[in-house]
Design a protein around this ligand. Sequence first.
Ligand code: PLP
Length: 452
Amino acid sequence: MTDSIASLLDESLGYASHYLRGLDQRPVGTSDEARRRLGELEHPLPLEPVPASQVLATLNDYGSAATTAIAGGRFFGYVCGGSLPAALAANWLATAWDQDAGMSSVCPINATLEELVRRWLIELFGLPAESGAAFVTGGTMANFSALAAARHRVLADAGWDVGANGLFGAPEITVYAGAEAHVSVYKALSLLGFGRARVITLPVDGQGRIIAVGLPEITAPAIVCVQAGNVNTGAIDPLPELCAWAHAASAWVHVDGAFGMWATASPEYAPLVRGIGDADSWATDAHKWLNVPYDSGIAFVRNGDDLRAAMATSAAYLVQTDQREPDQFTPEMSRRARGVDIWAALMSLGRSGLAELIERCCRHAQRFASELNAAGYEILNEVTLNQVLVSFGSPEQTRRVIAAIQADGTCWCGGTTWQGRAAMRISVSSWATTDDDIERSIAAMLRCAAAV
Ligand SMILES: *Cc1c(COP(=O)(O)O)cnc(C)c1O
């Protein structure tokens, strides 16, 4: 039994190493051939067991090609980031441990690492020391968890127990968000019963930042959703002004900082997120700029009791200890040990390594912007962080250049429409991206743009 598991894991390691070694040579996007072959996987569930080694070989055969080289250095789509070696390896080990990480009684290592990482990150981000944290699947659930805590608190202050009585007949909460808030904030709000259409949107400037003058008068109970890092421009809302405005009316301020919050880790970029600690809750993603494997978001709430009140459960069979119980802060109960990868990433980088990672990505973004601009292409955003928006001319031309770049395969960028203008998005978020990757990618972009 043990031997067969070990040899299977060796095979898995072999496939993974081969995959990672090949990233530099393969096209970044998925080939049509690899997509077409996936059709061959469609057959009825086998009646008899298939040997595990064969299952794995089949997965490698069809699966490894049917991926995008997000783990390599030249994927600039969405806001992804690759997995740091230490985080990837720690994730494997933790998967082998197979821990049900919500409970300290059966999984003390995760409970210990989550608590440690909570303290490290609170200090790094400049949040209040007593803030509670939820280790969840990603930015969407981090927004959801933090806003659930907000919903609990603002209604409790209005004399209403939302956990017990729900929203029927509750005092009405007014929700504000910037006109360029991320879609996941709206998703979280709708899941929480606030309704997308009821959100009052606050006007933004050309970078997507909420304009902090002429703000409406707020009446409590209210929640204000602000943003640190617009998914297109990287822009950060004027946090101190917005917090002061909202708090004067006892409103709750939630910050969606999925990637932008990591700017706090760099002395050079921290001034952009000045005042972030004034808010009441925060959502961030570890699987973006911290470069841990997917399924890793974190919600922070100034008063940890508000988060616990929104999420805690109890049952006679669930053991409560004196330790922080991870499942008392999250929507899920059973789950993987997310604290492990985050701890490994932070340990392997240290403060200086994390600052350097952030600064290197921003420097790469600057280089994309200046070289594309020098070649005559318009940069649509102020490149203050790791995001670049470029226009190659008419909307049609920009879309054709994006398609050409994706087909060329040297690098991968997606498209967007920014305030009515077609643009290519470049997001530099990975530890794996080198100067050579940037040079090769710029050359490919210019080649494709000239050919279209
Ligand atoms: C990525 C992102 C999210 C959503 O995070 P997921 O991890 O994909 O759920 C939310 N807000 C912003 C600003 C983002 O960039």
